[in-house]
Design a protein around this ligand. Structure first.
Ligand code: GLN
Length: 544
């Protein structure tokens, strides 16, 4: 039977609940235990798909095409065996939608539909379903204890603890132990209050993870245990680390995994964390540094590109280089010459995915610069579409565009499939502007790489699977003229023969892909495309 570890947070948000929960999962997995993870988000949006990256960071896409919270990215990066799916992320909105649909279908037989038991029952059934088939399921509850919104989730956790019992459920609470510089002391009071808050809704934590930017003394640990009714050995210290990949070892060294196994009666071999040690060692001891200019729209909030940042870091770990990311505001790049000059300091340029026209001219400007100056270029999704547009405009000399930005473009080299694939093979522009036409190509899909292409060499394979999240595609009518002009199509989707990737063979490293390689990069080995890109940047730097 699946055992559940519930994870809540207190005092403030952004304590790294996802990273800590995933780190515990990594240690348990290293003991041979089958672990999965689920994130419950208290907001009303039905899923994060439509949420602005400015507010909530990137939208992480799972293999089965769910648009999820970025914490699921951490879960996959820390775990090797378990892949996240639609059932691993739920919002309050989704829960309410399910309950309301049942109510409309008359499934409650005329009864009054209430938060308790109907909403809480729906939450419990989702939690149970997400853990099915695993030894342990770690369930992270978003938000901070005391929020009105997370109460139904907390109540569901309370009920599950009673129903499952101590051998099958436990509660881990993350809290902040702040350091007050003027007094020169770390303070335990916020933690005491946070636990008090939990207890007032019937929850007693079994484990406390104390986050701090300072050392927490044994005295303070004892004090926290005493005031919170938590065993002293279950008060785990988690000071700010240089690398998030150190956290599995931090938890292991305080025997948190033993505590979990004892509690659940699981007999498992000792964890071997040597692969994590290697990751940390490589990250903290780079032999050189490179700079990647990332030209995007959401540069003020690096979380908007979380998986790309991590993928670059992983590639750096693979090649023992520190990768510095210079976030460049695409819109400003359109006219700011000083900012444009900054591109000269970059050893590689990356244009990530994005939606909408704002900033696209700045991105195109950066692509022209990379193409003309032999600077390694990686385009991802919109970054591929713009690479194609740039090539069409500046090399083929046609006034090309994406119909996402100009619905009436005379040369729609990027468009919705519904626009350019009708029965007669002719272009059709939809008249209904409110309908974005077709649905997104979402989730993992197979691509066939062209033999002899750089991309096929990089992957060392002709068939690959990568995740997608986009509506627009390269228009097949332009394949021939584009190739004649010197841009190579290096991959096609297996199903519909859509363009998956382009490259310029004359250029040392100019590769752009319609898919999102960043969602499958792992700290333990990186991702072939990012590894190759960072290696190219390294060579570019030494050649300068
Ligand atoms: N806006 C583009 C599309 O929908 C690119 C999307 C993306 O970069 N994820 O096709």
């Amino acid at each position: 039977m699946t055992k559940f570890i519930f994870v809540t947070g207190g005092v403030v948000s952004s304590l790294g609940k996802g990273i800590t929960a995933a780190s515990l999962a990594a240690v348990l997995e290293a003991r041979g235990i089958n672990v999965t993870m689920t994130k419950m988000d208290p907001y009303i949006n039905v899923d994060p798909g439509t949420m602005s990256p400015f507010q909530h960071g990137e939208v992480f896409v799972t293999e089965d095409g769910a648009e999820t919270d970025l914490d699921l990215g951490y879960y996959e990066r820390f775990l090797r065996r378990s892949k996240m799916s639609k059932s691993n992320n739920f919002t309050s909105g989704r829960i309410y939608q399910n309950v309301l649909n049942k109510e409309r279908r008359g499934e409650y037989l005329g009864g009054t539909v209430q938060v308790i038991p109907h909403i809480t029952d729906e939450i419990k059934s989702k939690i149970l379903a997400s853990g099915a088939g695993y030894d342990i399921a770690i369930i992270e509850i978003g938000g901070t204890v005391g929020d009105i919104e997370s109460l139904p989730f907390m109540e569901a956790v309370r009920q599950m603890q009673v129903e499952l019992g101590r051998k099958q459920a436990m509660l881990m609470h993350l809290t902040l132990v702040p350091y007050i510089a003027s007094a020169g002391e770390t303070k335990t009071k916020p933690t005491q209050h946070s636990v008090k808050e939990l207890r007032s809704i019937g929850l007693q934590p079994d484990v406390l993870i104390c986050r701090s930017d300072h050392h927490i003394s044994l005295d303070n640990r004892r004090k926290i245990a005493l005031f919170t009714n938590v065993e002293e050995r279950a008060v785990i210290m988690c000071e700010d680390a240089k690398s998030i990949y150190q956290i599995p070892r931090t938890l292991y060294e305080q025997d948190l995994d033993d505590l979990v196994c004892e509690r659940f009666g699981i007999d498992a071999p000792e964890a071997d964390l040597s692969d994590w040690d290697e990751v940390v060692n490589a990250q903290l001891n780079p032999e050189s540094t490179i700079t990647v200019a990332m030209v995007g729209k959401y540069v003020e909030l690096p979380d908007a590109y979380k998986s790309i940042n991590e993928s670059l870091l992983h590639a750096g770990i693979t090649h023992k280089v520190a990768v510095e990311i210079d976030y460049i505001d695409a819109e400003r790049l359109e006219s700011d010459e000083a900012l444009f000059a900054q591109l000269q300091d970059a050893d590689a340029i990356l244009v990530p995915g994005g939606f909408g026209e704002r900033g696209t001219l700045g991105k195109i400007r950066a692509i022209t610069y990379a193409r003309e100056n032999n600077v390694p270029y990686l385009g991802i999704c919109l970054g591929m579409q713009l690479a194609v547009i740039e090539y069409a405009r500046n090399v083929m000399r046609i006034d090309a565009n994406s119909s996402e930005f100009d619905r009436k473009s005379a040369e729609p080299i990027i468009g919705l499939i519904t626009e350019w694939l009708d029965e007669r093979g002719e272009l059709q522009i939809r008249s209904d502007d409110s309908d974005l036409g077709g649905t997104m190509r979402l989730g993992a899909q197979q691509a066939e790489l062209v033999s002899g292409s750089k991309l096929a060499q990089i992957y060392g394979a002709n068939n690959i699977t990568e995740r997608h999240r986009h509506r627009y595609e390269m228009n097949n009518r332009y394949i021939e003229p584009l190739e004649q002009a010197g841009m190579t199509i290096s991959g096609y989707s297996a199903k519909q023969h859509l363009v998956e990737s382009v490259e310029i063979s004359e250029h040392p490293w100019f590769i752009a892909v319609q898919f999102h390689p960043e969602f499958t990069s792992s700290p333990r080995g990186g991702h072939p495309l990012f590894n190759s890109f960072v290696n190219a940047a390294k060579s570019y730097r030494t050649s300068q």
